[in-house]
Design a protein. Sequence first.
Length: 455
Amino acid sequence: MDRAPRSVSRDSFASTLGAFTATVGSAIGLGNIWKFPYLTGRDGGAAFVLTYLLAVALVALPVMVVEHAIGRRMRLDAVRAYGKVVPGQPWWSLVGWAGFASAVLIMAFYTDVAGWVFAYVAKSTVAAAQGQTLGADTFGALAGGTWEPLLWQAGVLVLVTAIIAAGVSGGIEKATKLLMPVLFLLLVVCVVRALTLPGAMAGVDYLFRPDLSKLSGTVLLSALGLAFFKLSLGMGTMTTYGSYLPDRVRIVPNAARVALADTAISLLAGLAIFPALFAFGGTPAGGPGLLFVTIPLVFSKMPLGGLFTIVFFVLASIATIGAMVSIAEVPVAWLVEKGRVRRPVAAALTGGAMFALGITATLSQSPVLADVKVFGKTLFDLYDFASSNVLLPVGGLAIAIVGGWLVSRSDFLAELAKGAGGVPWYGRAILFFVRWVAPVFIVLILLSSLGLLGG
Ligand code: TRP
């Protein structure tokens, strides 16, 4: 890190975001309420949850610290930050370029799912107006359709593009800040409802009593990939946000709080879904539709359930927006700062690319492209796998190597010292995790998922 911090006036999105809410707003999204429960159900319940928690603490948290430190030190978009952070080694900008690719891949399926969430707001409102609850076939008809999911996806992308083009207004930020606690409370309501159903304890066991025989290289990689995906790591999002962090923010406590808040929301979503699922005799391996089938079911059994369903999906839609904006911000920041493209144009270009690939993800859920399989996966699953389980962990590995080994130790610790009035006591411990623990785990998990470690 040869570059002294300088104060640049970056665009409005950056300067108006509070450090904690910005990062939490990026972290909390579909990963918590959709992906975490669905992968837990698919990949072995509590054994998966346990691995996931370890991956967050041992691997993801150190990587987040590095991303924030490098971002704030460099005060540049991710591509240029990694290209310049190690003097004489410009090729690390590849980390930022891979982030570009990940951003488009992730948004291709993320906006499909976000479209379902928005559609559920409309559908649950219509159902409630007619005094009904959502039918069990709602999800299959929506996700398996052709034009309907595409239109919702396009709508989502137009909204995200518009928000980015305008810069994030104080209104949206304030709304998110206010609504996150409401999302939290509503999840607690769901959890209480789910836990008081007869037979709910089977779901709690499923989440928290690990059967370690379920662990395999594939499961480990899936948990690691989720840890990166959840905390928006490995592709430059947190580097970009780090570049917007004020100097008085203490990076490690901030990152730890983000990880805790995010994990709490995921566990609550799990506690809302699995007990209810077991109580109603559903199957945990329900796949991507799990959230959309279970939540309306949980609420349908309680007074004002229709209203709660609407509120739940409204809050979920809001949570997706902060996450999507943060994903798209990686290419947009580069286009604006380096490419000197105007912000609205950058947003439109990014949104267009995301929609082009997104169409293929969405249609792979419908008969149109359902038969197209690459490595035995539908395109939707392929984009998810390629980003979460390949690009993000490999990106995270590169980031840990840069932060732990190539950047000077004193520069790294100096960044942690800001706001703390000196190098904090945990500085060396974090450095040890960045140098050894995170990279070693990532490499071992990648190897074992390839079947290279035997068994
Ligand atoms: N963390 C978000 C979620 O859980 C998704 C997300 C936002 C993301 N920014 C990212 C994932 C960057 C990977 C990389 O929904």
